[in-house]
Design a protein around this ligand. Structure first.
Ligand code: NAP
Length: 600
């Protein structure tokens, strides 16, 4: 033990455990997910795309396609890139936004950056030759890389932007999916790859009076630069002299708050649950280092990151950041990943990790009451941890006020502002950093109906929970591939999982196209086997989440039966990646059923 560790005050683990339970109890609400409102009806304007010409029109398209990809974010782009590498030429995209980018198209709020190291997170760097300029790149650079992938793989040719899918219907006779869109297109595609994203449906907290606010307001994923001025790099001159409020202290809130504080006359941050914040340590890329990397370096780096963040320390830590350093404090990883560690030791280590996070707040934040209110009291992975070089420091600015709601949330919104504990905070502008619907209903989040063989609706089929093979295919829905977290492997770097999933699905689709196979779906045995394995391994993660403070990971503290089946795969990323990689390498046929091509 180091002398510094010896000097640190002892931790009363029992007292902390009681405190966590108290804080959790304050936040439990009977309305759970019902406390949020989707962006429709009176709230539909919060979902308007601020980055396109709203008057854009085009003629409907009617055509056949080999592959139709829904969603032009990294999931769709990776799928298309791997399909192209297999020689698949006929790929149509349908994308709601005005360009490729997905998350990085919509989220352009000031201060946005990736929160996993760029060289590990941003895919296809070796294909496009792009070198991110910093260890944690700005959103605009990542968005540029999305477009670069689009150009590199010639994906713009058949892309339908500003278009949403309304319905997918399997036509057994034609062995094609019939896709109908909001622009009256009708496309008959042999294969569908549905990459609608995990955080694509923004939500608002249904706070009483929310509709009565007469100031300006918007959601962070639809940033209104016409109002604020500037760009994601700052320069928000429209906020000069303005009182601005932010609701939300998740990964988004912590990135936009420092940028807003630079320009608003007065900034109020309304906090329900504090986020855990560690040092980011961002720095410019060493270009010579980047140029010296040998082919295959990015895959190696992704593997290294996934190893270090899931308990395997077999090589040097190439990334060496707040995520991978958690392994120096192994018990921090209580999300259910670490293998051979005594659970009590794990718990104590994790409590110690959070204690360090809290002590750091005292070191950075000058006002004692504010520092106290910013301290998170829950297990480390109950919420996605945050890393920032400037969030905590922002509370030392004279124009920034933390309005802590003591776990209760904002009480009311009035014509003039926000009410907390009976006090009204008058605002000119209110920014909702209130997050996204997450792993609730696949079709509600994707926004279209899906009807498979015999008209079976996916909603009905999954009404008691998902049934999939590896979270990528589902029986009864031939030639349909999806990218979602339902029954899928997870890594802190989702791109590692996405690479494996898209290589797999591209291999299977190309195999079918090359071999006159009309339809493919998982065998009953393979799908049942996977569902059983998901259920078998769900226990520790479920128990962990059940004890967590409410948040989107645990459906706001109210787990219902179908969510058990909708959980990600609990066996850790390696088992999952090994399965997909061996299927991609040639073993896919043993889990799938094929039917011959009946029509062209
Ligand atoms: P989020 O994590 O769901 O945060 C929503 C925030 O709104 C929470 O702090 C929540 O408080 C607060 N809230 C909700 N209702 C409230 C109410 N009535 N009163 C006061 N506060 C209320 O959403 P997010 O920050 O947009 O992040 C979502 C996910 O997107 C992240 O976890 C991450 O995976 C991803 N993301 C990644 C990046 C990146 O890579 N750079 C950036 C942004 C987002 P409670 O905590 O009390 O519920």
């Amino acid at each position: 033990m180091s002398s510094q560790q010896q000097d640190e005050p002892a931790i009363d683990f029992d007292a902390l455990t009681r405190k966590y339970e108290e804080e959790r109890s304050k936040r439990l609400r009977t309305d759970a997910l019902g406390q949020f409102t989707p962006l429709d009806g009176d709230f539909a304007h919060y979902d308007t795309d601020p980055f396109v010409d709203a008057d854009f029109t085009r003629d409907p398209v009617a055509r056949d396609a080999d592959v139709l990809i829904i969603g032009g974010g990294f999931g769709g782009l990776l799928s298309a890139a791997h399909l192209r590498k297999h020689g698949v030429k006929d790929i149509t995209f349908v994308e709601k936004g005005g360009d490729f980018g997905g998350t990085w198209y919509w989220n352009r709020y000031p201060g946005i950056r990736c929160d996993v190291e760029s060289y590990t997170y941003i895919p296809l760097l070796e294909d496009t030759g792009f070198i991110p300029s910093e260890k944690y790149a700005k959103g605009a650079e990542i968005y540029d890389q999305c477009q670069q992938i689009g150009r590199h793989f010639d994906l713009y040719r058949d892309a339908l932007f500003q278009t949403e899918v309304r319905s997918l219907d399997w036509n057994e006779e034609r062995q094609r999916w019939i896709i109908r869109t909001t622009r009256d297109d009708e496309i008959a595609a042999r294969f569908i790859v549905s990459c609608t994203g995990h955080y694509s449906k923004p939500k608002l907290a249904a706070i009483p009076g929310i509709e009565s606010f007469e100031g300006h307001s918007f959601h962070t994923s639809r940033w209104d630069y016409d109002y604020t001025g500037g760009s994601a790099d700052g320069g928000l001159t429209g906020l000069k002299g303005k009182k601005v409020g932010v609701i939300g202290t998740g990964s988004t809130g912590i990135q936009c708050v420092p940028a807003l504080a630079d320009w608003a006359d007065q900034l109020y941050l309304f906090q329900r649950t504090p986020i855990s914040i560690d040092d980011r340590g961002n720095r410019p890329t060493d270009v010579e280092w980047a140029k010296s990397q040998k082919p295959g370096w990015q895959k190696e780096r992704m593997e290294n990151f996934t190893n270090w963040t899931s308990g395997i320390q077999k090589d040097d830590d190439l990334i060496n950041d707040g995520w991978t350093n958690l392994l120096g404090e192994p018990a921090a990883v209580t999300g259910g990943v670490v293998g051979d560690v005594d659970p009590q030791e794990l718990l104590r280590g994790e409590l110690a990790k959070m204690e360090k996070v809290r002590r750091r707040i005292d070191e950075v934040v000058e006002d004692k009451a504010t520092a106290e209110a910013l301290k998170p009291y829950y297990h480390y992975f109950c919420k996605r941890p945050g890393f920032s070089d400037d969030y905590l420091q922002t509370f030392n600015r004279p124009n920034v006020t933390l309005v802590d709601t003591a776990g209760m949330g904002v009480e009311q919104i009035t014509a003039k502002g926000v009410v907390v504990a009976g006090k009204e905070y008058e605002l000119d502008c209110l920014v909702y950093a209130s997050g996204f619907h997450f792993m609730t209903s696949y079709t509600k989040e994707s926004g279209f109906s899906i009807n498979g063989r015999g008209g079976l609706s996916l909603d009905d089929h999954w009404s008691k929970g998902a049934h999939t093979l590896w979270g990528v295919q589902t029986r009864g829905f031939p030639n349909f591939f999806l990218m979602s977290l339902l029954q899928s492997g997870v890594s802190i770097n989702y791109m590692h999982i996405a690479e494996a999933q898209t290589q797999y699905l591209a291999t299977v689709i190309a195999h079918c196209l090359d071999n006159k196979i009309g339809s493919v779906e998982p065998s009953k045995q393979a799908e049942d086997g996977w569902v059983d394995r998901v259920i078998e391994l769900a226990g520790p993660r479920k128990a962990f989440l059940d004890a967590c403070t409410p948040g989107y990971f645990n459906h706001e503290g109210q787990q219902v039966a179908e969510y058990d089946l909708n959980m990600p795969f609990g066996g850790g990323p390696h088992e999952y990646l090994d399965l997909l990689e061996s299927a991609t390498a040639g073993k896919f046929a043993e889990n799938l059923e094929f039917r011959e091509l009946a029509t062209s």
